[in-house]
Design a protein around this ligand. Structure first.
Ligand code: ADP
Ligand code: MG
Length: 395
């Protein structure tokens, strides 16, 4: 028996035909950029999209990108991930690559790169709407000046006697990145903000339904199955859980449940498949973010996961235990272990990224120790995911 019509329609990169409950945001984007699209170069529009993870910011911006390409043969759409490009020069190079403008990989300062990019764009008479996705990574990593430079590009064009070449979409979880900018960048940015609220249960249900219609065969699912997933993923007035309202989580559960049904040779997705899928779906942690950690930070995180798994009765494990487990793993992988102080740095980073929780305990004979826990993720899935990534990296 088959379950899938088009499995790709349940992958994170897929841009669905319809985006239920984001029509308003799309319309707003079209309105903010209509002047630029009708008369490219006449203005420098800038819009901020904010909302929690999984609220549809990225997919809506990309969908708007498709609209840009359809409605103008002069304006291009460029989507830059600041998770992957955390410096201004890396952002500029990515913009260059996407616009087919050859700018040198190394040997030039950021200012020189910017000048080259602007010269080439003028020469090609090109226009682009640039979306900087998860822009807080750029600000946190490179300081507010990098982003300020892009926002104040308008002055640059004027002083060069050129037209405005870009429109800007800044995507973030909230507005804290804006508060970090200097005053003149803040005022140049203006206050066009489009909000993405977390999805309710009913909204998640509709999103799942449209995705299921594209991805799954008609007989493979009942609407109750989608309701069951919407119940755990949609926001709930009675719950303070801030992972709720996340469409990514909901779609991931549906994909896993479908896979389970397929693997077990079932003709349709059953509640049991959904239950198991929920158990196995990562919530706050995204696999692409795991992938980005340095190799030994991943191995250390795997060591924490393994130590927690070996101590099922205790929510916390002491730092020393994770360190021992890390040594064992390094030996297995044939890797030179990093020093104690480096492991502390990793732990700090894992904590700020929200992958682990830590606390200090003064209990016990040996004084204070640091305790580590992973309260919100299924350890089995995390271990599987980490092993896959680490072993892929080690070849
Ligand atoms: P964000 O960028 O806000 O973290 P995404 O745009 O990446 O969220 O959305 C997360 C996942 O949910 C993606 O797979 C996306 O395609 C899907 N999604 C989000 N909103 C909708 C919607 N309104 N309709 C259909 N799919 C959606
Ligand atoms: Mg996103």
């Amino acid at each position: 028996p088959r379950i899938f019509r088009n499995e790709a329609a349940l992958t994170p990169e897929y841009i669905p035909g319809k985006l239920p409950h984001r029509e308003e945001q799309l319309k707003q984007l079209e309105t903010y950029f209509s002047g630029f699209l009708e008369e490219p170069g006449s203005m420098y529009p800038k819009v901020v999209l904010i909302g929690r993870p999984g609220s549809g910011k990225t997919v809506t911006s990309r969908k708007f990108g498709n609209y840009v390409i359809k409605s103008s043969n002069r304006v291009r759409y460029v989507h830059v991930s600041c998770f992957l490009n955390r410096t201004l020069s890396s952002v500029l190079k990515d913009v260059g690559v996407q616009l087919n403008i050859a700018i040198p990989k190394r040997g030039f300062s950021t200012e020189e790169l910017l000048k080259m990019l602007l010269d080439m764009i003028k020469e090609k008479d090109a226009y682009a709407i640039v979306a900087l996705d998860d822009v807080f990574h750029l600000v946190n990593n490179s300081g507010p000046h990098a982003l300020g430079t892009l926002i104040r590009l308008g002055e640059e064009y004027v002083s060069r006697g050129d037209r405005y070449r870009f429109g800007l979409i800044l995507i973030s979880q909230d507005l804290t990145f804006r508060d970090q900018l200097d005053r003149s960048s803040q005022s140049a940015l203006g206050n066009a903000v489009i909000k993405f609220e977390p999805y309710t249960k009913d909204q998640i249900f509709e999103i799942l339904l449209t995705r299921a219609q594209e991805a799954l065969l008609d007989g493979a699912y009942d609407e109750e199955i989608l309701e069951m997933i919407a119940d755990v993923a949609g926001i709930d007035e009675n719950s303070m859980d801030d992972h709720r309202g996340d469409a990514r989580y909901a779609i991931d559960i549906l994909w896993r449940a479908s896979k389970l049904a397929e693997m077990k040779g079932s003709e349709r997705i059953l509640p049991e498949h959904v239950r198991e899928a929920i158990k196995n779906t990562l919530r706050g942690i995204r696999s692409d973010e795991l992938r980005m950690l340095p190799l030994h930070e991943k191995i250390f995180l795997l060591a924490i996961v393994k130590s927690l798994t070996k101590n099922p009765n205790s929510p916390y494990i002491p730092f020393g235990l994770a360190e021992d487990e890390y040594q064992v793993l390094c030996e297995q992988y044939g890797e030179e272990p990093r020093k104690h102080t480096q492991l502390w740095e990793y732990l700090k980073d894992l904590n700020t990224k929200g992958f682990v929780e830590t606390r200090t305990s003064s209990k016990g004979m040996r004084g204070r120790t640091t305790l580590i826990s992973i309260p919100s993720e299924p350890l089995v899935t995390l271990e599987e995911e980490l092993r896959k990534i680490i072993e892929g990296e080690l070849g």
